[in-house]
Design a protein around this ligand. Structure first.
Ligand code: NAD
Length: 513
């Protein structure tokens, strides 16, 4: 039944057995080698895409530059109208696209559908925003002068995305970039290339129906080398890259070398602080979902629980009981809580991390392991594990993209817990479970969490599109999605207009001729 469901989904999305991985809209090509996409769900081949050569890339770039010249002239609310139509197409295709996300990436179907819903939500947000790209006006120091600032389209936005959100990250960027008047070139993760084909097919139809030019939305496919075509290219004004810290450090340097702009969304090492005033039931739900949801492969997954000593045993026992109830298996089956990891390399990293935590003196309290046998043929299914550890362990400092949760104990005041929480190089998401107002406010204060996201009585995992999304420190500092994140997709200009017949200079400088 998986096969027939997926076959129908692929048909509806126009994804073929062999697809051109390079596309400027209706024009698709790609002369590079072929990437085959295997599902971590059952190990079956789903389809393949051709990768993008340097020559192909140059064609895409030139087409995008041309499209930008037309697209930027369209008034922003009219660009919003195109994004509205795109959102509506996504509503129609939510089910098949959610199924493809789930099957190609391995997250649960509900999460796959949730990811498509995020795409729809950001479209709605962008449509409203297209009438609100506000600048400021200010008073000039010179008589008869008017000053204001305004935002103009930036140019080409290069999007590099990770495997774990194979469609939403693209939409977070494109929806805002398009209403801003930019055109986009997307290099999807080489681990989920078919998702990029499906998305490009959807937007191509909308652009065609509106007689818009080729090149407003483009995809290229391949590994980091294809990503580097964009990061090294000064014709690409903004690089928005989502992925590991290792990748972000290289991309940041490459883009900075040419003084380009970058928006980086990198790894997290997210913690929940559990204080003596925490609600135990909420804590357990938040922690379990945060740690095992998407098999621990979210940038916002909960990796560390920092528990007050007075709560420690209670939380530990409740977690052990909860983990016994977890059902691991086919993510397209709603009865399962945990699906597979993305591939066997990820499984190896998970196994290594469990060895390492023991080596460093940690204690496993919920044993992990790789599953085999019926239903687990892909070799990518692992058991969520829990270990007692210490924050300074090298393995705890590192983001392992798998369902491993570390329990850390704190004593005394919440200040100590905040110090542990902040004592890692990453700074994406953080949370505190407490009914104590003083603790909550301290956590949110300037001396509190140093993360881009700080929650009270909610876990670390997931976020609403209305807020700016991103993190500090080695998470990269970028912000996407809601609030004023749109500003990075535009260039800012300050204008001064003199409506007198005199030319007074600023700061009262005299320049007599
Ligand atoms: P990855 O870094 O291996 O790859 C991400 C993307 O970068 C891929 O498309 C890859 O081809 C490309 N890439 C790699 N090296 C490059 C280079 N030198 N130049 C140009 N492109 C390059 O990451 P992954 O394994 O796909 O994803 C998991 C990571 O992503 C985790 O660390 C996770 O926390 C992070 N992530 C962060 C966010 C966020 O918003 N902060 C969201 C999702 C995932």
């Amino acid at each position: 039944t998986i096969k027939s469901t997926i076959k129908k989904a692929l048909d509806k999305l126009g994804v073929k057995q062999l697809n051109n991985g390079t596309s400027t809209g209706s024009n698709s090509f790609g002369k590079g080698e072929i990437i085959q996409s295997y599902s971590p769900v059952d190990g079956e081949l789903i389809g393949a895409v051709s990768t993008t050569t340097k020559e192909d890339y140059n064609k895409v770039l030139i087409t995008a530059q041309k499209a930008f010249k037309t697209w930027r002239l369209k008034p922003a609310p009219q660009r919003g109208e195109i994004v509205r139509q795109f959102g509506n197409k996504l509503r129609e295709l939510k089910q098949p696209l959610g199924e493809l996300v789930s099957y190609e990436m391995g997250k649960s179907l509900q999460e796959g559908l949730g990811e498509v819903q995020e795409m729809i939500d950001i479209c709605d947000f962008a449509v409203g925003l297209s009438r609100q790209l506000h600048g400021f006006t200010m008073h000039s120091e010179r008589p008869g002068h008017r000053m204001y600032d305004q935002y103009h389209p930036l140019g080409i936005v290069g999007i590099i995305s990770a495997f774990n959100f194979p469609v939403a990250v693209w939409a977070w960027n494109t929806a805002l970039a398009w209403i801003s008047g930019d055109v986009c070139i997307w290099k999807a993760s080489e681990k989920a290339p078919l998702c990029s084909i499906a998305c490009q097919n959807i937007i191509t139809e909308v652009l065609k129906e509106n007689n818009l030019p080729e090149g407003i939305s483009n995809i290229i496919n391949g590994n980091y080398i294809v990503g580097e075509f964009m990061t090294t290219d000064n014709r690409v004004q903004l690089i928005s890259a989502t992925g590991s810290i290792r990748m972000g450090k290289i991309v940041a340097k490459t883009v900075a070398e040419r003084l380009g702009k970058s928006l980086l969304e990198l790894g997290g090492n997210n913690a929940i602080i559990v204080t003596p005033d925490a609600d135990l039931k909420m804590t357990v739900i938040g922690a379990v979902f945060g740690a095992v949801g998407t098999a621990g492969q979210r940038c916002t997954s909960t990796r560390r629980l920092i528990i007050h000593e007075s709560m420690y045993d209670k939380v530990k026992d409740a977690l052990v009981t909860a983990y016994k109830q977890l059902r691991i298996g086919n993510p397209l089956d709603e009865n399962n809580h945990v699906g597979p990891l993305i591939d066997k390399d990820a499984v190896k990293m998970y196994e290594k991390a469990l060895d390492k935590v023991i080596e460093e003196g940690g204690k496993i309290i919920v044993r992990g392991g790789v599953l085999s046998g019926k239903g687990y043929e892909s070799g990518c299914y692992v058991k969520p594990a829990i270990a007692e550890a210490e924050n300074h362990f090298e393995i705890v400092q590192h983001e392992t993209f798998a369902p491993i949760l570390y329990l850390l104990k704190y004593t005394g005041d919440v200040t100590n817990a905040i110090e542990i929480q902040n004592g890692v190089v990453q700074g994406l998401s953080s949370a505190i479970m407490t009914n104590n107002l003083r603790e909550a406010e301290q956590f949110l204060s300037q001396a509190g969490s140093d993360c881009g996201i700080a929650n009270v009585n909610i876990g670390t995992s997931g976020a609403e599109i209305g807020g700016a999304f991103g993190g500090e420190k080695e998470t990269g500092g970028g912000r996407e999605s809601g609030s004023d994140a749109w500003k990075i997709y535009m260039r800012r200009q300050t204008n001064t207009i003199n409506y007198t017949t005199e030319l007074p200079l600023a700061q009262g400088i005299k320049f007599d001729l």
